[in-house]
Design a protein around this ligand. Structure first.
Ligand code: SF4
Length: 271
């Protein structure tokens, strides 16, 4: 098989009970999962657009727009594959931007390690997974939200806009609100109304391509991406594009979570 071989197929997803057909063109030859990300990003954006159209048809308007980066101060969980993709983007930046972005990553990571934010989060997640009676969902949400209150912007946020917008993680694509934009600078469950996303490719992506390098890590945060990639050589296997797509859609089918109104209103990417 030669590298130029690509195959096109269609997939039908059900969003709000409506069938949505998508055509995907994927490599027929073996590739690392990073190579599939542009296709998965496109698919995620199509799903999110459908969900946004649904709320718009109910008379609500999405308030997110360029120049409003309040939500980009939240904890952003990403997949292992996306960590390598983001590191590659940073590596390809021209100087002096590359050094500046690396500096922001290092400063953010140092800050959250210093205040033991990761330790608190991991401790609570462990309690949740172990079904410990002392686990408090409120304490968990408060810890997630406390990240925002440190007011540390995402290293990619410039002039309150995403400087890597076409390459932004799947979870960033899935975060849209219909509540007033001003409310995002002080988010609370009462003030934020999220657009319900009925299929979450970001959640499916957490499992696709995952290697032993992330065993024992419950959430890899965006600000950990460069540090993680520096400490772990890329260990991804190669599969055909069709296989990677089948893996993602298989996970998507299992991770389809009907949004409760409570989950839809949480002002956090980490739900
Ligand atoms: S990657 Fe872009 S959209 Fe996502 S949090 Fe960072 S600046 Fe915001």
């Amino acid at each position: 098989m030669i590298e130029q071989d690509w195959v096109t197929g269609s997939v039908v997803l059900s969003i709000s009970g409506e069938p949505v057909e998508m055509e995907l063109t994927v490599p027929a030859f073996p590739v690392k999962p990073q190579r599939m990300l542009p296709i998965f990003q496109q698919m995620t954006s199509a799903v999110v657009d459908m969900c946004a159209s649904t709320v718009e048809s109910e008379g609500l308007a999405v308030s997110c727009k360029a120049g409003c980066g309040a939500c980009c101060r939240q904890a952003v969980p990403i997949s292992e594959v996306e960590a390598y993709h983001l590191a590659e983007i940073v590596n390809e930046m021209p100087e002096p931007r590359r050094t500046e972005v690396r500096r922001r990553f290092a400063a953010a990571l140092e800050h959250f390690r210093k205040i033991a934010w990761f330790d608190k989060l991991v401790g609570l997640k462990d309690m949740s997974h172990a079904d410990e009676a002392d686990f408090s969902p409120k304490q968990f949400m408060d810890t997630v939200l406390s990240y925002f209150h440190e007011n540390i912007a995402c290293p990619f946020l410039e002039d309150e806009s995403c400087s890597i917008h076409p390459d932004r993680p799947l979870i960033c694509r899935e975060y849209l609100v219909t509540s007033p934009a001003a409310n995002c600078s002080s988010p609370s469950p009462e003030s934020i109304r999220r657009v319900p996303i009925f299929l979450k490719p970001s959640k499916a992506m957490l499992k696709v391509g995952r290697t032993a390098n992330t065993e024992g890590i419950s959430s890899l945060m965006l600000i950990e991406a460069l540090d993680f990639v520096e400490r772990h050589a890329d260990d991804f296997e190669e599969k055909s594009g069709e296989r990677w797509a089948a893996d993602l859609f298989g996970e998507l089918a299992n991770t389809t979570i009907p949004e409760t109104s409570e989950a839809a209103e949480r002002p956090s990417m980490l739900d």
